[in-house]
Ligand binder design. Structure first.
Ligand SMILES: *[C@@H]1O[C@H](CO)[C@@H](O)[C@H](O)[C@H]1NC(C)=O
Ligand SMILES: *[C@@H]1O[C@H](CO)[C@@H](O)[C@H](O)[C@H]1NC(C)=O
Length: 373
């Protein structure tokens, strides 16, 4: 009875048949056409036909979803052909009549989506639980007719446990291994703040092509570097402090942009174009996440400095002020990178003495290439 009612309603809307002759959309922007040619290998006519058909598919899918109700199993396109899964074999002819290819599956979409919502609720109740278990993402894969959980290789067992916790059996989920957890796309500039193991704050020195450099006392190999909101920037790959220097290299996580610029803390950036070291007496500026930008002059090269943690050799002395949190931040003269903020005395109210670790020693220690803007 209900079934006939649906059909009647559908007839009123004049069901669209997928694959029927259709007027091509001919309003695609030239830039979109160029990108579709580059990435999908479609010429202008093919791109127009494809976009028109895909738009039409969305309407056919909506109609079949309504028609199938709880028997709907999902829909997807394969090379422009529309596949529609249903759990009730009797509906296959309706799918064919709409111009799509029917597939009879055992799991309804609503059942898989309920399991996904149950996972969402687990996540909300237990903050950071899923990241902590190494789960990158989970979603219903229509073509696989399963809930897919993507996990790091060490976390596949936890992913299986979670799927079972929300009531799924083996045939209803699949665990896929991914190499790394996702991150958002952050642009990292010299002077920007970053957090070590989500607690102490330092500043970025300079971007290199594979991450960034900073001070060694900011973190040790294995420590994480994140933004204030916890987005992964990278992991400390190497670090020296005290002793022959105060420097570190943070290998960047994919997805982030390591920009050859320095935050000027007045709404703009300074472009880094090289790393020629300045002479004694030269003007020099520093950018850091506590105090912003301050300038002064170079006072001495190759200074040995006594910190409470031990002696550090090879630092440059300046009369530029700095404060806690500016550590690791960029020293630069004009567009030339000079070094990363180490330590010193005083503050930016009464003035101070600050030492920096020359950047060229860091680049050669880890064979890094400075990012240039
Ligand atoms: C940061 O976290 C890593 C990994 O959990 C740990 O090995 C390291 O000791 C932590 N470092 C600090 C400074 O707490
Ligand atoms: C910082 O950059 C902005 C934007 O380019 C510019 O307007 C401003 O003058 C710069 N400030 C300093 C102090 O360099």
């Amino acid at each position: 009875m209900e079934f006939t009612l649906f059909l009647a309603a559908l007839a009123l809307f004049q069901p669209i048949v997928y694959g029927a002759p259709t007027q091509a959309v001919n309003s695609l922007h030239p830039e979109i056409l160029a990108a579709m040619k580059r990435d999908l290998g479609l010429d202008a006519e093919q791109a127009h036909v494809r976009v028109a058909r895909e738009l039409q598919a969305t309407e056919v899918i909506e109609q079949l979803r309504t028609l199938a109700g709880n028997s709907f199993g999902g829909a997807w396109l394969v090379d422009g052909e529309l596949n529609v899964a249903v759990t009730d074999e009797a509906l296959a002819s309706e799918v064919t009549a709409a111009g799509a290819t029917p597939l009879v599956v055992s799991n309804s979409l609503s059942k898989l989506e309920e399991a996904k919502e149950a996972l969402d609720n687990l996540d909300i109740k237990q903050t950071k639980r899923l990241e902590a278990t190494g789960i990158a993402a989970y979603y219903v894969d229509f073509a696989a007719n399963k809930l897919v959980l993507e996990a790091l290789s060490g976390s596949t067992a936890q992913a299986e446990d979670l799927a079972k916790q929300v009531g799924l059996v083996e045939s209803e989920f699949e665990v896929r291994t991914v190499k790394e957890l996702p991150s958002t796309f952050v642009t990292v500039r010299g002077g920007d703040p970053y957090y070590i193991n989500n607690s102490a704050r330092c500043s970025v020195g300079f971007s290199v092509t594979t991450g960034f450099v900073s001070a060694g006392h900011c973190g040790s190999a294995g420590d994480s570097a994140t933004t204030s909101s916890g987005v992964a920037l990278g992991t400390f790959s190497g670090s020296v402090f005290p002793g022959s220097g105060d420097y570190s290299y943070i290998r960047g996580s994919s997805g982030n942009t390591f920009s050859g610029t320095i935050n000027n803390y007045s709404g703009g950036t300074i472009t880094v174009s090289g790393s020629t070291a300045s002479a004694v007496g030269a003007s020099i500026c520093r950018s850091g996440s506590t105090t912003g930008v301050f300038c002064g002059t170079v006072r001495a090269l190759g200074a040995t400095v006594s910190y409470s943690q031990g002696r550090v050799t090879g630092l440059t002395q300046t009369n530029v002020c700095a404060e806690p949190g500016d550590s690791g931040g960029s020293f630069y003269s004009g567009a030339q990178a000079q070094g990363v903020t180490s330590g010193g005395s005083g503050d930016c109210t009464s003035g101070g003495t600050t030492y920096f670790q020359p950047v060229n020693e860091i680049l050669s220690a880890y064979s890094l290439t400075l990012a240039r803007g």
